[in-house]
Design a protein around this ligand. Structure first.
Ligand code: ADP
Ligand code: ASP
Ligand code: MG
Length: 412
């Protein structure tokens, strides 16, 4: 027996009935003899409602005040769950990120965790209490409340599990595990019993939102056994781990398909082809805290080059303005921009030794008349940019082309 951290997402605590069901689940784990630490999200829709409310006053509200506002969502659910647990006869105590002393840097709205103190939690566990902690929040060195970015409760849970050396961090959500792709887009998606950290990290970085990227980074770094499970039905879920499942001689070539709907693409054409040019184009964008994703520079003689990159769609307007200035400074020819673009990626450690994978992907998309605007690859993924209207079709086409609905190496 040991400590188990159980995190419940927004839909899992979205109604009175669901909070009662969570309380029963926690009780069951406690009765099995474990020390239980629960990490909660706000009720589903609450965080969005608070954002809309703030925007009634100001389209660009102060990020410090937004953090104070948004953390109230999680503060509600931890108290409600404790009240529910008390009714079941369990001793439980709620704690905010501040009470736990979850320390972060001071980047409001996307703060990074620096340290979690274990003492306040273990003190309560020792006297038999279930500790219910507000996810998504911490406190920075300036004594301000911070939040960890959307979906940040996953990261709170993993960081707390790492600090407490929990035997498992269980992420309960509205699906019963990690699927080959989002089951909302491809109903034939298959649940994976197991996925490697390496693959999960790449899936999350390419847009698979079932786990916040940083939670997977933390789990990998601190070797926290991580499992994604359904809040609504029993089952083993998906284990994310370093161990490789044995499939006989080989691993499956592709484990999953990720997509990111919210891309925007810019090309600045006719910039001088000389040292420092990439840095001069991207410096103002990085300086504005805008993440740049796929970058392609293409030079075809002539002392000039075209430079293309993608950003998150919500940074489209700001990037456009910054790039106009870069164009004037560098004497570039033109800017072209597309905000109706999505990135679709295939991911799998097995593709390292299979050179034909890219060909299968491009052929399958081409046959459906889906034009590829940009390609980027790494050892274990191939990403393509396609028009947003083709996203669903591209995901389903690739799912079929790589036979993902079938168990690998079963009789086909
Ligand atoms: P929570 O509120 O519990 O944190 P999220 O909405 O953040 O839940 O994550 C769960 C959702 O992730 C699912 O409803 C599903 O639509 C989506 N999802 C996207 N890709 C995948 C995938 N590969 N496997 C499982 N779920 C996925
Ligand atoms: N409530 C926050 C959000 O909606 C954090 C979380 O649910 O993980 O993003
Ligand atoms: Mg989530």
């Amino acid at each position: 027996m040991g400590i188990i951290v159980q995190k419940f997402g927004g839909t899992s605590v979205g109604t009175v009935e669901r909070i009662k069901a969570v309380a029963e689940k926690v009780k069951k784990t406690k009765k099995e003899g474990h020390d239980v630490v629960v990490v909660l999200s706000a009720m589903s829709g609450d965080t969005n409602r608070l954002i809309t409310l703030a925007k009634e006053f100001n389209e660009k509200p102060s990020l410090r005040e937004m953090d104070v506002l948004l953390t109230t969502g999680e503060q509600k659910t931890i108290a409600l769950l404790c009240i529910a647990l008390h009714s079941l006869g369990l001793d439980a105590i709620s704690m905010t990120g501040d009470q736990v002393r979850l320390k972060t840097d001071s980047t409001h709205s996307k703060a990074r965790i620096i340290e979690v103190e274990s003492a306040n939690i273990t003190k309560q566990l020792k006297i038999g209490k279930v500790v219910v902690i507000a996810g998504f929040q911490g406190r920075c060195e300036n004594n301000n409340i911070t939040t960890l970015g959307r979906g940040g409760s996953d990261t709170s849970a993993v960081a707390i599990a790492a600090t407490l050396k929990a035997i498992e961090c269980q992420i309960f959500t509205d699906v019963d595990g990690i699927y080959t792709t989002d089951p909302r887009v491809e109903p034939n998606a298959r649940r994976l019993d197991f996925i490697t950290f390496e693959e999960m990290l790449v899936m999350a970085s390419l847009g698979t939102k079932v786990l916040q990227l940083r939670s997977v980074e933390f789990a990998g770094k601190y070797n926290v056994p991580l499992r994604v499970l359904s809040s609504f039905k029993d089952g083993e879920g998906t284990l994310i781990s370093y161990e490789k499942k044995e499939y006989g001689m080989e691993s499956p070539i592709i484990s999953g398909i990720a997509f990111n709907r919210n891309e925007a693409r810019f090309t600045i054409a006719g910039v001088p082809d000389k040292p420092l040019i990439a840095s001069k184009i991207l410096y103002p964008i990085g300086n504005a805290n805008i993440d740049v994703d796929m970058i392609v520079q293409n030079t075809v003689g002539n002392k000039q080059t075209d430079f293309t990159f993608t950003v998150h769609r919500e940074d489209y307007d700001e990037t456009h303005i910054l790039l106009e200035k870069v164009k004037a400074d560098l004497g570039a020819d033109s800017i072209s921009a597309n905000s109706e673009i999505t990135k679709v990626s295939i991911v799998g450690v097995g593709m390292k030794n299979h050179p034909g994978v890219a060909q299968t992907m491009f052929k399958a998309l081409g046959r459906e008349g889906i034009n590829i605007h940009q390609i980027s690859t790494s050892e274990i993924k191939i990403s393509v940019l396609v028009d947003a209207k083709y996203m669903e079709l591209a995901v389903r086409t690739l799912h079929k082309a790589f036979d993902l609905e079938k168990e690998p190496f079963e009789e086909k």
